[in-house]
Design a protein around this ligand. Sequence first.
Ligand code: ADP
Length: 464
Amino acid sequence: MLFVFIIVGIIPLYLFSYVLLNNYKEKAVGDRFNQMQNQIIMLSNLMLPTGYLTLADVPEIDAEINRVAEFYQGRIVVVNNNLNIVEDTYGLYDENKYLVSKEVIQCFSGNSSKVHDTENNYLILTQPIIHTTEEQKVVVGAIVMNSSTKDIQSTLVSMEQRASIFILAITMFIVIFAIYFSSKLTKPLTKVVSSIDHLTEGYLDEEVSIKGYYEIEKISDSFNKMISRMQKIENTRQEFVSNVSHELKTPITSIKVLAESLLMQEDVPVEVYREFLIDINKEIERENEIINDLLSLVKLNKTAGDMNISSININELLEQILKRLRPLAKKQSIEMVYESFRPVIAEVDEVKLSLAMTNLIENAIKYNVPDGWVRVSLNADHKYFYIKVSDSGIGIPEDVQDLIFERFYRVDKARSRESGGTGLGLAITKNVIQMHRGAIKVYSVEGEGTTFNVRIPLNYIAQS
Ligand code: ADP
C-alpha cells in the first residue's frame, strides 16, 4: 500500500517537472535564436548601404556589431561573398583571412543554419546577408553569430533547484501521509488476522470489535456472525456427544443391573433367569436401535453431497411404506388412509426419502390413540410435490413443537421408549428433506392430533 501511494503520488510529479523544465529550455533556446536572427537582419541592413562588406571602414557599424556580440556574450563574424572575413569581434581573424565552413557556404544558397552546442553552451546562427534589388535578391555575405546560453542554463539550474526542493517537500509529505494512512488502513486488518489466529487456537468465545472504515466494520460483523455460528455448532456437537453417551449408557446400565442381580443370587429358579434374560434381550435390542439410528444420521451427514438421485414414482413409494406399516397400525386398531391427488414422478434419493417418510408415518401410528386414524396425502404443482401426514393422536405441546426435530428430543421419554423410539427419527427426516432442498412444517394441537407438511422440489437441485 505504501509502495502504491508513493508510485501514484511521486512519479507523476517527477514527470511533470521534467516536462516543464524541458519545455522551458526549448522555448528559451527558440526565443534566443529569434532574437539573434533579428539582430543579424538589423546589422545586415546597416551594412548594405555602406559598402562595409567591400572592406570599407565604417567604425559605427563595427561598434554596433561589437555591442551586439557583447550583449549576447558571444562572437560575431562577418564574411563577404568572397568568404573574406570582414569583421570578427574576437579579433582573431583580420581582413586577409577567409572563413570556409559548411554553414557559410550553405548561406550562399540562401540557407541559414542553427546549431546548439550543448556541451559548450553555445548557440551558433549562420545567416546570409541578402541584398534585395527590384529585380532580384543577392546573397552578398554571411554573418556567423554565437551566443552564450549560460544565462538560460543558470535560470534552468535555479528552476531545477527550486523544483527539487518542492518535489522533495511533496515527497516527504506523501511518504509521511502514506505511512500514516497505510498503517491506519492495515491496522484493523492486522486485528482481524490476530483474532482469526486466536480463534484457530480454539478460543471460540471471543468477539471482535474493530472500529475502522465501513468495509472493515462489515468484516468484523461477518466475522462475529461466523464465530457465533461456530459456537452454536460446537455447542450442539458437545450436546450431541453427551446425549449419545447417555443414550448408549442407559441400556448397558440396565443390562448390568439385571445381570448382577442374577449373579448375586444363588439357586435362582429357571423362570426368573428367563424373565431377566428377556429383559436383557430387550435392552440389547434397544441399544441396537439407537446404534442403527445413529449410524443412519451420521451417514446422512457424512454423505451430504452423495445423493443417489433418480426419477421415482412417489405414489408407489408411499403405498409401499403404508403397506409395510399396516401391521403396526392394525395392532393398535388404527385406520390408515392414503389419498393421492395426482401421479407424481420426482427426482429423489429413494432410500433416503423412504426412510424419512417411514419415520413420519410410524410416528403418526406410535403417538396415536386406540382406534385412531392416520391420513397420508400426496399432491403436486409444477415445481414441488407435497406430502401431508395427519393423525388423530396425542398431539405435541405448542412450546416444544420447535424442539421435536432436535436429535434425541422426546416429548414423553417413557412413551417414546416403550414404542422403541430413540428421539432421532425426526432429526433424520428433517435432514433428508433438507438434502432434497425441501421443507417440513408441523401443526399440532395437544390431545387432537398432528399434521406434518412436507414440500420437496420435483427436480433435484444439486448443492452448490
Ligand atoms: P422418537 O424416536 O422418540 O419417535 P422422533 O424424533 O421421531 O423420536 O420424534 C421426536 C418426538 O416428537 C417424539 O418422541 C414424540 O414425543 C414427538 N412426536 C413425533 N411425531 C409425533 C406425532 N405424530 N404425534 C405426537 N408426537 C409426536
